[in-house]
Design a protein around this ligand. Structure first.
Ligand code: ADP
Length: 493
């Protein structure tokens, strides 16, 4: 009997249910009454007006979070019950997967097939992973000198401010909420101004799951206003930030006054290294995915593709064929593999880097232009014979622009891989186990992928060396970002 493979459904734009601020369990307008427009990057049309939070709203949200942390039901809740609430939220996200995936695609522009198969499943998995941690966070007993009993407690850090970017709007919510809620903190979150909608819908689901008022507060708004107010607020214990390193530098300066705990997950210029002994087809597919996934808008995008000389020509030929066959178009079409960039600012920045690449003498093998005449689409672009000092090889472009750099041997490529202020991720493609381990040990980056790229798991820590960040997200490591260690010593005399 012949099997019929059904084409995945064309997705529909969802109804927008929530555009207000969430403070103390209530949906409210901004104190100023102001709103800002969120734009569909595929059509450049307005999707909705969203309440624009500012200092006054941040202050209300922080007060609510403080009250919930100190005196509310959350502060007295058994850890296991916190975990149950988190699992309930994960179930609700799963039950509403289609709607959330469509919202993500509408606001961010990412292909619906990615929202459905990557973003949402990772969100659900992350929430369930941290739900399991809620009742497993504990201290140790310590054999101190003398007749004393000494032990540590890992207490929730307090009120945490979480500032997230637009490239994986919901996944960043899950990465931030997961460890914070498991640890027993309360949250004031500022989603990115480009993509507030899915975060607001997820907060609605959190209310439905039964999180007490004030535990999760959401204040959409702009960075220099709402974001800065959160960073400077004296009653916020910590800022967890994901975004550009320049913004992190500003946050660090502004947080100094109140000595806030800070964790940063920042940018990168990650090397993806292909040795001549690699499975070339797998490496080509990995290089394409490692850079073009999510329109190149990944902090860990493999944007410096180092290819060993012996296979350089063959690699380039195969890669260009794959890149030029990517399917750009309506992100709601399940066959689309590349959507628009998130907004006009990113779109223009990427096109200006392409121009710099050309002027700097790199050879543009495919792409290099806008795609179509509506929406912020950029053609998949591949530059060959790029040298280490060109701007396209040093700066984070955050778009579908690949630089291919030929190399001769291991020592050279390790040195060149490390020649960056960033150190978020790196990948190596080889069949030689020794070479893979040598590379993994020698390259200064927080994640090393061997014969794969962008493999994420809620259990595996992620974060940067050097200017790519401070601290680690995901895994057990992230819990340290949301707890304070307390030592208790008792006389036994
Ligand atoms: P991107 O260029 O990817 O938008 P940003 O670092 O500018 O990266 O933005 C990431 C997040 O940081 C967004 O939510 C943004 O609003 C916020 N942000 C921007 N500037 C500031 C600031 N001065 N203080 C606090 N948050 C900020």
């Amino acid at each position: 009997m012949a099997t019929v493979t059904q084409k995945p459904k064309q997705a529909k734009a969802p109804n927008i249910r929530q555009t207000q601020l969430l403070i103390d369990g209530e949906w409210v307008d901004a104190v100023s009454g102001k709103t800002f427009a969120t734009i569909n990057p595929a059509t450049e049309e307005k999707i909705a007006d969203v309440a624009e939070g500012d200092k006054a709203d941040i202050d209300r949200a922080v007060k609510a979070a403080r009250k919930a942390f100190e005196t509310g039901p959350w502060s007295k809740m058994d850890a296991r019950d916190r975990g149950r609430l988190m699992n309930k939220l994960a179930d609700l996200v799963e039950a509403n997967l289609e709607e959330l995936a469509a919202l993500e695609t509408l606001d961010n522009g990412k292909p619906i097939s990615d929202s459905r198969a990557a973003d949402l499943p990772l969100v659900i998995d992350c929430l369930r992973y941290y739900a399991g941690w809620a009742d497993k966070i504990h201290g140790e007993t310590i054999p101190v000198r003398g007749n004393f009993f000494s032990y540590t407690l890992r207490e929730p850090l307090g009120v945490v401010g979480q500032i997230i970017p637009w490239n994986f709007p919901l996944l960043m919510v899950a990465w931030k909420w997961g460890p914070a809620l498991a640890a027993g903190c309360t949250i004031v979150m500022k989603p990115a101004e480009q993509t507030p909608l899915s975060c607001l819908r997820m907060a609605e689901l959190a209310m439905e799951a039964g999180f007490p008022p004030g535990v999760i507060n959401i204040v959409p708004g702009y960075g220099p206003t709402a974001g800065a107010a959160l960073v400077e607020h004296p009653d916020v214990d910590k800022i967890a930030f994901t975004g550009e390193h320049r913004t992190a530098q500003l946050i660090m300066t502004n947080a100094a006054q109140t000595l806030k705990r800070l964790t940063f997950e920042l940018g990168g210029k990650s090397p993806n290294v292909i040795f001549a002994d690699a499975d070339l087809d797998a490496a080509v597919a990995g290089a394409e995915f490692g850079l073009f996934f999510n329109q190149g808008q990944c902090c860990c995008a493999g944007s410096r593709v180092f290819v060993q000389q012996d296979v350089h020509e063959k690699f380039v030929e195969k890669l260009v064929s794959r890149a030029s066959n990517r399917k750009l178009g309506d992100p709601f079409d399940p066959e689309t593999t590349q959507g628009p960039q998130v907004d006009e600012a990113q779109f223009s920045k990427i096109l200006s880097y392409i121009e710099k690449g050309r002027q700097g003498g790199a050879e543009c093998l495919t792409g290099g232009e806008r795609f179509g005449d509506k929406g912020f689409y950029v053609q998949p672009t591949v530059f060959n014979n790029v040298t280490d000092d060109m701007e396209i090889a040093t700066d984070e472009i955050f778009g579908p622009v690949m630089s291919i750099l030929p190399f001769k041997d291991v020592d050279e490529v390790v040195e060149r891989s490390n020649k960056s202020m960033f150190g978020l991720a790196a990948a190596v493609w080889t069949r030689d186990v020794g070479k893979a381990h040598h590379f993994a040990k020698s390259v200064r980056a927080g994640t090393i992928w061997v014969n794969c790229y962008d493999v994420f798991d809620a259990a595996a820590p992620f974060g940067g060396f050097k200017m790519s960040g401070i601290g680690r997200e995901l895994g057990e490591a992230a819990l340290a970002n949301y707890t304070e260690l307390k030592t208790v010593t008792m006389s036994l005399d």
